[in-house]
Design a protein around this ligand. Structure first.
Ligand code: PAN
Ligand code: ZN
Length: 189
């Protein structure tokens, strides 16, 4: 395993600031083509204003088993035709790798699914520490109207990403805004 020196990051649980970040990614509506369920609504929303949906700020460590990748994710509030702002979601390329998500702030859903079709979700709020078992695809969803959803993630260095399966098939559970309850689940046909 590649030798590096110990280090630390300062995370602010309310603002989600993560210092020093080595790399930051910002995903706008236009980056989420093929991921939101209501594609026509997405086109319209992009024309109006290509809003920022989520940000990932990370420390760089070697992409090797033995090292631990880690980052903070901030998902802004919003929806596309009722479907909440969310991450793309992915499987790990190396399917034997698990992941931990600790929610720091906000209200959300961790949506998970297996290639066999089994699906489940966990309600995220401050303090909820979720274990994403090996082999499960994972996507996070901000169900608040006005607050950011902020969480930190830790996963094996060699996990990699498979976004293509999600872009092609989507998740079978689509989380949408509902009257008088937090959300409803639409089943993708
Ligand atoms: C997380 C995610 C992060 C952004 O660190 O990568 O929340 O979501 P997408 O990668 O789906 O855009 C993780 O699950 N890493 O493995
Ligand atoms: Zn992951």
């Amino acid at each position: 395993v590649e030798a590096i020196k110990p280090f630390f990051t300062v995370v602010d649980f309310e603002s989600g600031s993560f210092e020093p970040a080595d790399r930051s990614e910002r995903r706008y509506l236009s980056d989420l083509k093929g991921f939101f369920y209501f594609s026509e609504e997405l086109e319209k929303a992009m024309e109006r204003d290509n809003s920022l949906v989520y940000e990932v700020h990370r420390r760089e460590v070697p992409l090797q088993a033995g090292h631990l990748q880690h980052c903070v994710t901030l998902i802004h509030p919003g929806d596309v035709g009722g479907e909440f702002y969310m991450t793309k979601g992915h499987y790990h390329r190396v399917t034997r790798t698990a992941e931990l998500y600790l929610c720091l702030c906000g209200e959300g859903i961790l949506n998970m699914e297996e290639p066999g079709g089994a699906a489940t979700h966990i309600r995220m709020r401050r303090g909820v520490w979720s274990y994403i078992a090996p082999g499960w695809a994972h996507r996070t969803i901000n169900i608040s109207r006005d607050e950011k959803l902020i969480f930190i993630s830790v996963w094996p260095g060699d996990s990699g990403y498979d976004y293509r399966t999600i872009a092609q098939k989507g998740f079978s559970n689509v989380f949408v805004r509902a009257e008088n309850k937090e959300f409803s689940i639409l089943r993708r046909s």
